[in-house]
Design a protein around this ligand. Structure first.
Ligand code: GDP
Length: 366
């Protein structure tokens, strides 16, 4: 499954946040017997009110939400790209992640030491970004050395790679991440990004760890980080890691009261999970029956047979057709049978691109 790697300087609240995510996992783990539990991984359910609403309507034996995986990649520090400490291992872990969530300290607290002596989110974000850019420079330089030799012997594809590669290298050396490289979508750039697993090309989400009374995003530290993130095409969400940890220990009703006392509606963890899911380009479709109501995860753009393959590979191979209705209509009509009666259930073939919120019934040959 797709994963989000959590990075950040020491002492910014990563473990605190990760603990809250782990609690979200453990609270649901009985529903996910297929997930193995590992100490640095949290496979958490994606909060989706549509699943709950479907479940209330259909009253199935079991309700299963979509999941997303977070990986705690602690220990990224200044000098990581130079192989200081365990630097290279951390970078390898990030390379394996599909997206990056960067936790940045925005809270003032005299009792919590800062590695650089003061709270300065933009400086911190730059420290980590510099390491990631340097790591990309190294990967790219090594690759270009090899490709240049091929380009000399006149290989056309190698020439295209060196032209784009050199421009990208210059961009990185000027301190910019791959995501802001103008030609990042040309064929050569895409090949380089994929083959080298370039770190600064990955979707990035900043998690601004703010004080519990600064969740509205009005504080200066937060706004500084927001402006910086915008220049990086990254998103930012304010969260108070400490509050999330406390919150995760409460039951649902107590959580609602707790949140209301801070004037917020949703827990930060909920937004972190949902935003992370979107960041990965993931969407959900639903199956609904008396046995099970379930959200299935697919990539935006997948066709009906591909989507069926998530349930079982036989479903993809033997795909005949899909009966589809959007979630809102399903809810309005009340059941699959009523959707059929009303003639709103569509029959879709192999080319159909499944949409977020589709309720689907697959027909297949085994
Ligand atoms: P990590 O090194 O990034 O994993 O940071 P930790 O999660 O271990 O947190 C470092 C210290 O900061 C701990 O003492 C936490 O209790 C404290 N901390 C974490 N989040 C918050 C927060 O939102 N507010 C405050 N005041 N302290 C926090």
């Amino acid at each position: 499954s797709l994963s989000i790697g959590i990075v950040g300087l020491p002492n910014v609240g990563k473990s605190t946040l990760f603990n809250a995510l782990t609690k979200a996992q453990n609270a649901q783990s009985a529903n996910y017997p297929f997930c193995t539990i590992e100490p640095n991984k949290a496979i958490v359910p994606v909060p989706d009110s549509r699943v709950s609403a479907l479940s209330e309507l259909v009253k199935p034996q079991k309700t299963i939400q979509a999941t997303v995986e977070f990986i705690d990649i602690a220990g990224l520090v200044k000098g990581a790209s130079q192989g200081e400490g365990l630097g290279n291992q951390f970078l390898a872990n990030i390379r394996e992640s599909d997206a990056i969530m960067h936790v940045v300290r925005c809270f003032d607290d005299e009792d919590v030491a800062h590695v650089d002596g003061s709270v300065d989110p933009v400086r911190d974000a730059e420290v980590i970004e510099t390491e990631l850019i340097l790591a990309d420079v190294q990967s790219l330089e090594r690759k270009l050395d090899r490709v240049r030799k091929q380009a000399k012997s006149g290989e056309k594809q190698a020439r295209a790679l060196t032209t784009t590669g050199d421009a990208l290298l210059e961009h990185l050396n000027a301190g910019h991440p791959v995501v802001t490289f103008a030609d990042k979508n040309n064929e050569a750039a895409r090949q380089l990004i994929k083959e080298l697993g370039l770190l600064t090309a990955k979707p990035l989400l900043y998690c601004a760890n703010v004080r519990e009374d600064e969740l509205d995003g009005s504080a200066t530290h937060f706004q500084d980080l927001e402006a910086y993130a915008q220049s990086r095409q990254a998103r930012v969400i304010p969260i108070c890691a400490k509050m999330e940890e406390d919150l995760a220990a409460l039951d649902e009703e107590e959580q609602a009261e707790f949140l209301a006392s801070y004037g917020v509606e949703d827990s930060g963890i909920k937004r972190v999970i949902q935003t992370g899911y979107n960041l990965l380009g993931l969407i959900s479709y639903f199956t609904a029956g008396p046995k099970e109501v379930r959200a299935w995860t697919i990539c935006d753009g997948w066709t009906a047979p591909q989507a069926a393959g998530v349930i079982h590979s036989d479903f993809e191979r033997g795909f005949i057709r899909a009966e589809v209705v959007d979630y809102a209509t399903y809810l309005e009509k009340g059941s699959e049978a009523k959707c059929k009666e009303a003639g709103v259930m569509r029959v879709e073939g192999k080319e159909y691109v499944v949409r977020d919120g589709d309720v689907v019934h697959f027909l297949f040959n085994v």
